[in-house]
Design a protein around this ligand. Structure first.
Ligand SMILES: [Zn+2]
Length: 218
């Protein structure tokens, strides 16, 4: 269920009477508020599901009559969450080393990643936000705004740095991809203005990535 104010506002037009799905080739102005829902309805029908248009006045009493004068049957209402993703890249150096363990343990655990002078990666950070489509903008969140938040809260702090030494919010953290993703989540979650932070994917190399959905956050 949507929890944001924008999500609840979007809900105001979702329920009760099922719109006719958008037909192939049918022209409806995108400014028409039913356009998104009718388009979604067509997709959901193909998946065997349905979506409704909420008419606030019709949520009480008898269902409104259809075009042929018969009352509509109650349709299942599906509030479809939409997930949007922004991706940015940055470069940084790190050394994987646990100062609480001896040199032999660190070498055995991290191998070359424990080299004293560190090494670098070209990271890719993907941030996904989940929410409902704002009927006024047609968007869950403005992706330009989301990228600005990613830069302000994370990328500008870590790009071209030594992750072991230079980043305040990583101090005391072994900068594995797992720990980076969790720290990034904590920096980003309070700044997401619409929808909710859904997932972070951090690629350390083109072969290695971690995915975090905030399960451990309170
Ligand atoms: Zn590394």
């Amino acid at each position: 269920m949507p929890t944001s104010a924008a999500g609840r506002a979007g809900l105001a037009m979702l329920i009760q009477r099922e719109p006719s799905p958008l037909r192939r080739g049918e022209k409806v102005p995108k400014a028409d508020p039913s356009w998104q829902v009718r388009r979604m309805s067509a997709s959901l029908r193909r998946a065997g599901l349905s979506v409704g248009l909420l008419d606030e006045d019709s949520t009480q009493g008898s269902p409104p009559p259809t075009a042929n004068g018969q009352p509509t049957t109650t349709q299942p209402v599906i509030i479809a969450g939409m997930i949007v993703t922004a991706r940015l890249t940055f470069s940084a150096a790190h050394r994987l080393h646990n100062p609480n363990r001896d040199a032999a343990w660190n070498r055995a655990m991290y191998d070359k990643c424990d080299n004293p002078n560190g090494h670098g990666h070209n990271y890719a950070l993907e941030v996904s936000v989940k929410g409902t489509i704002d009927p006024e903008t047609g968007m869950v969140i403005d992706l330009k705004r989301l990228k600005d938040i990613m830069r302000e809260r994370v990328v500008d702090h870590v790009d071209h740095t030594n992750l072991n030494e230079d980043v305040g919010f990583l101090r005391g953290t072994i900068p594995t991809a797992e720990n980076l993703a969790r720290s990034f989540w904590r920096e980003l979650a309070p700044a997401i203005p619409q929808g909710e932070l859904y997932e972070i994917v951090l690629e350390e190399t083109e072969r290695n990535s971690v995915r975090y959905r905030g399960e451990d956050e309170t």
